[in-house]
Design a protein around this ligand. Structure first.
Ligand SMILES: [Ca+2]
Length: 389
């Protein structure tokens, strides 16, 4: 957790204690000092928030790398949207629902899964992410009915089915989220979008009783065919207040999870949360990145580690993977590489700042470490490139 987030988190906790104390004080005696009264519950309308002019965001400086970065094409494949690496192989998921594996030294892939008959692909839909849970491949996608489904697939080349672990109905083809992270100890975290309407007018992300606009966290129970809360948790909901958590990945420190949340009109954000914390509210739609959206004063929220505006053609943040050691050494504390889908720029986010790497990808939609010091970049136009730094 960076200093900025630590500071905000601490303030949030102080705020929670303060509100609890206020509630007790109100019960004991009438409050006469106006400074002790909780603020009015004024929430601006979604329409007004959408109409607002975006405040300026800080300029992103270029990272001074000791040598030029190289982008090398590794494979060409239609609409790659997901990458999973394991020893000796790279697995690529295509948006339409086909998952292929390239074994080291082979130029032709094996088709691991063909889920194309049950994968929708309007707007933000499609196969969204994949990940290895030991020898089981997990797939997060929108099914033919448009619902978000998490399925588990044991080794069965060409399989067209799997065990459905979770299904969340989606009211709209936009903002399905899609991030899938395999955490140490076999836990899984997945991102579910806010339901897709502009500005989240139904406040799904802030509603604890909705699965929309959340990061869910649990363990896979293959026999029961379910994702179940892990440890002493009684709910799959871990993080609330996200809009379109398109990518989630485990930090390489073993204690954190990074979340890129695609913003509305003004801000793209990168969050880093600690596995040890029982819950977080990342703010949407009270906050959009580091600025107010409808500004709900009753919510106690955590601001992102980094946020950037839609200037210079930037439009949507794409995550993300821990920074290779030689790049991380140029930063402060834990660092990750993220990208912007429109400009193709790659950024490094550490505890202190967000900086741009020299060079750019083309329509990046997924990033993954290859375990050998390179970063694989899925470019929606049809290739996967390796960033060598
Ligand atoms: Ca947020």
């Amino acid at each position: 957790m960076g200093p900025k987030q630590l500071e905000l988190s601490a303030l949030s906790k102080i705020g929670a204690c303060f509100l609890a104390w206020i509630a007790v004080a109100a019960w004991l005696a009438p409050i006469t000092d106006v400074s002790l009264q909780v603020p009015d519950g004024h929430v601006s309308s979604v329409a007004a928030a959408l109409d607002r002019t975006c405040p300026a965001s800080p300029r992103i400086e270029l990272l001074n790398t000791p040598s030029p970065l190289v982008f090398r094409t590794v494979m060409e494949v239609e609409e790659p949207t997901a990458i999973a690496v394991r020893a000796g192989s790279i697995v690529i998921g295509s948006r339409g629902g086909i998952v292929r594996e390239w074994l080291a030294g082979e130029t032709e892939p094996l088709t691991l899964l063909d889920l194309s008959d049950d994968t929708s692909r309007d707007a933000d839909q499609g196969l969204l992410d994949i990940g290895w849970l030991e020898d089981v491949l997990l797939v997060l996608r929108t099914d033919s009915a448009g619902a978000t489904v998490l399925t588990a697939h044991e080794d069965d080349p060409g399989s067209t089915t799997g065990v459905v672990l979770l299904r969340v109905e989606q009211p709209d083809p936009r903002h399905n989220g899609g991030g899938l992270a395999i955490l140490d100890g076999g836990e899984v975290a997945i991102g579910i979008g806010d339901g897709g309407l502009q500005g989240d007018p139904n406040s799904n992300a802030g509603n604890p009783n909705s699965a929309l606009g959340k990061i869910l966290r649990g363990r896979v129970d293959l026999e029961a065919g379910r994702l179940i809360p892990s440890g002493d948790r009684d709910s799959l909901v871990w993080v609330s207040g996200v809009r379109n958590p398109h990518r989630i990945w485990a930090g390489d420190d073993g204690v954190s999870v990074w979340i890129t949340d695609v913003g509305e009109n003004c801000r793209e954000e990168v969050n880093r949360v600690l596995l040890s914390e029982p819950t977080y509210d990342l703010g949407w739609n009270s906050r959009e990145g580091d600025i107010d959206f409808v500004a709900d004063p009753w919510r106690i929220t955590t601001d992102p580690l980094a946020a950037y505006g839609h200037t210079e053609g930037r439009c949507a943040v794409i995550g993300g993977t821990p920074a290779p050691d030689n790049l991380a050494a140029l930063g402060v504390g834990p660092a990750s590489i993220v990208a912007d889908m429109c400009t193709g720029e790659l950024f490094m986010v550490d505890s202190m700042r967000m900086s741009a790497l020299p060079g750019a990808a083309q329509s990046p939609v997924a990033l993954a470490s290859d375990g050998l010091g390179g970063v694989l970049i899925a470019e929606l136009g049809g290739r996967v490139r390796r960033l060598e730094s």
